[in-house]
Design a protein around this ligand. Structure first.
Ligand code: ADP
Ligand code: ZN
Ligand code: ZN
Length: 665
């Protein structure tokens, strides 16, 4: 026993439970950040509990290397956040804490200097503030300020949701408390940071996302722990930022699937944000023009309040949405005559037009006109997409690239054709139709970094382009003042997809992209090409009737007992071949059914199936769905099951993971 020391459990970012015993000075309290010797190096960890594991003899325990002085302990509420995340997502605690501690900080020897944007606090809004619209005023009145409440702010595009957030932030800062603002994408962080900074010039704001320089992320973490930050703004990883005086949580574009983390611990930042607000007993506002059906159902069930902003802040009407029946008016190389005419008229008025097609590349497949051979990825079960810019075929899943063969590898014919249409081909077509137009293509091939994106946004706003061709990157909450026409191509693709959420995603995307039109000045117009103008989804779209869409779709899901009326978890396994993956899942199914049967838990354990995209990056993948009508029973089952899974034998090359509340089944 060392003098003046006691044993404690320290939580380390480690692919496992991550709890290890160390000697710590008597005065140490849970939550303190410490550096400990580990293997041949050192690791940063959190003092987790002063209880120690008596099975480890004293002499095997090492003392901590250093206590991070000057850093207050991580508050209990944040330690509970880690525990909750581990419990809810059935993930080892050591992996969860890895999501919270910035990687650079973990490697660091000395404490970084903390710095936020803005200096020494002071959170008085810069005036003059815009006069609130009636809707905004009503929305602000409807958000309770005392204690926890979840409010779904269903505000149409351009209704001024951000102004509502800013007023709530103002109140929060005036009370000396901190606000957490989440956005789904890195590309949305600069504009919100700008607006928050312009409103609160002296507030200390940090912006957290995965592209932020490593040093900045560490510094932000330290500053946040010291309470030297007023506003934390960022993408999903910001949901783990430490707080000492959290007063408000806002999740913008709450429907966006990007809130879901896929690598590591598969968590939903939106759902964790709600948990955090409840734990801190503070209000959370979830904003969207197209709320997730989960949140919509939570309103119907009385768990969330719903507040609507149904007019644009500018007083502008919503754009008119017209359907072009391509069964009647065929689209020539993607563009129908009515759409071409509308683009021409828009350009003639000196306004901007956007053509939306959610598929990048030139052509989704290269095909032999003679024998029907198609270009396939050797590593994945998908076609290779032809890209005109580098003249190669790309796999959009694993990144594999290949020069198209001169002749068909099957029959030798020279008749190889790019088939179908992506944004590059559409751009080519539009350039041919409008030779004078300055066209910008906006997709992940053209815009790879945040810096490129910001430059492009500037150029578009400055009127450097007339015509934009874009994928769903364009459908997110950006403001393009001179954009008055939006054309939508290829919308039918999502209509009959097998995914539970395919039509929800499609409807959300279409409403969002339509919302880019006519946000300032001139009124907007949206033309949607479809072969199925009578489909209820398109009629609801044309009427801007999200409520009708939600009611109809929720009724369908209720009848089929699909989420949000059932709770799901997905066990996925992958290996070099399909058989071992399926064999593992079959064993998991047998064990699962035994457990559920023995305990009488109303949980359905389905049969394993190969995934739709069965081969990805040379690995074969299969999955098994588990469903329960009630969350507590499902979770009781999952806890027991995951323990059993950890003991199931499998080949070394096999990997498995469990995903709770999967978005794609
Ligand atoms: P949303 O996030 O709901 O799509 P924004 O908050 O971006 O909408 O607001 C759309 C536009 O309306 C912005 O240009 C914003 O500055 C403006 N705006 C918001 N509220 C008001 C207001 N009360 N008076 C005047 N303009 C407003
Ligand atoms: Zn051929
Ligand atoms: Zn591939």
């Amino acid at each position: 026993m060392s003098e003046g020391m006691r044993r404690a459990q320290v939580l380390l970012p480690f692919p496992g439970e991550g709890l290890f015993d160390y000697w710590v000075p008597e005065a140490v309290v849970p939550g303190q950040i410490v550096r400990v010797p580990f293997g041949r190096g050192a690791k940063l960890g959190i003092v987790w509990s002063l209880k120690a594991d008596p099975s480890v003899p004293d002499e095997r325990i090492k003392p901590v290397e250093a206590i991070w002085e000057g850093l207050p302990p991580l508050p209990e509420a944040d330690r509970e956040l880690l525990e909750f995340t581990a419990r809810y997502y059935l993930a080892p605690l050591g992996e969860v804490v890895a999501a919270m501690l910035p990687p650079a900080l973990r490697r660091r020897k000395r404490e970084p200097r903390s710095k936020g944007r803005g200096e020494e606090g002071g959170t008085v809004p810069a005036g003059p503030l815009p006069e609130l619209t009636e809707g905004q005023r009503a929305a602000l009145e409807a958000v309770p300020r005392d204690g926890f409440s979840a409010t779904l702010l269903h505000g149409i595009t351009g209704s001024g949701k951000t102004e509502v957030y800013l007023r709530l932030v103002a109140e929060c800062l005036a009370q000396g408390r901190q606000a957490l603002l989440l956005v789904p994408e890195i590309a949305l962080t600069p504009q919100l940071t700008e607006r928050v900074h312009a409103r609160f010039p002296s507030a200390r704001i940090v912006c957290l996302h995965s592209e932020a320089p490593a040093g900045e992320r560490s510094a932000a973490f330290v500053a946040a722990m010291r309470g030297e930050i007023d506003v934390v703004l960022g993408t999903r990883l910001a949901v783990f930022a430490p707080f000492v005086r959290l007063g408000l949580v806002v999740v913008d574009e709450e429907h966006d699937p990007s809130y879901k983390q896929f690598e590591g611990v598969p968590y939903s930042a939106r759902d964790l944000a709600v948990w955090r607000a409840r734990r801190w007993n503070v209000p959370i506002v979830l904003g969207s023009a197209t709320p997730s059906l989960e949140s919509w159902a939570s309103c119907e069930a009385g768990r969330y309040r719903r507040v609507a902003l149904s007019a644009r802040a500018s007083g502008q009407p919503l754009p008119t949405i017209e359907l072009i029946d391509t069964a009647q008016t065929p689209a020539e190389e993607g563009v129908s005559a009515p759409l071409a005419q509308a683009i021409e008229a828009t350009l003639a008025r000196g306004e901007q037009a956007l053509v939306f097609l959610n598929r990048r590349g030139y052509a989704p497949v290269v095909r032999c006109g003679h024998c029907g051979w198609v270009s396939r990825c050797p590593n994945c079960s998908v076609n290779l997409v032809f890209h005109r810019d580098d003249g190669r075929m790309h796999c959009h899943h694993c990144g594999y690239r290949e020069t198209p063969p001169r002749s068909c590898p099957e029959c030798g014919a020279l008749d190889l054709q790019p088939v179908g249409r992506g944004t590059q081909r559409l751009e080519e077509r539009l350039q041919a139709l409008f030779p004078q137009a300055r066209i910008a293509r906006i997709d992940r091939d053209a815009v790879r970094t945040l810096a490129q994106w910001e430059t492009l946004l500037e150029e578009v706003r400055a009127g450097r382009y007339d015509l934009l061709v874009g994928t769903q990157m364009m459908a997110k909450g950006h403001d393009f003042p001179s954009l008055t026409l939006v054309g939508v191509i290829g919308a039918d693709a999502g209509l009959y997809a097998a995914e539970v959420r395919a039509t929800e995603r499609m409807f959300q995307q279409l409403i969002q992209v339509a919302g880019r039109a006519g946000r300032a000045g001139a009124p907007g117009r949206v033309l949607v090409q479809t072969e199925f103008p009578q489909h209820p989804l398109f009629r609801e779209l044309a009427a801007h009737d999200y409520a009708a869409f939600a009611a109809r779709t929720l009724a369908e899901r209720r009848a089929l007992r699909l989420p949000p009326f059932a709770f799901q978890a997905l066990l996925r396994a992958d290996d070099e071949a399909l058989e071992p993956a399926l064999a593992f899942l079959e064993a998991a199914r047998t064990t699962g059914r035994e457990i559920a049967g023995r305990e009488g838990w109303p949980v359905k354990v389905f049969d394993p199936v190969p995934m739709r995209l069965v081969r990805l990056a040379r690995r074969e993948r299969a999955q098994l769905l588990v469903e329960g009508g009630r969350r507590p029973a499902l979770h009781a089952f999952l806890e027991r099951w995951v323990e059993a899974l950890r003991g199931l034998p499998h080949p070394r090359s096999l990997r498995w993971r469990l995903e709770v509340d999967p978005l794609e089944t």
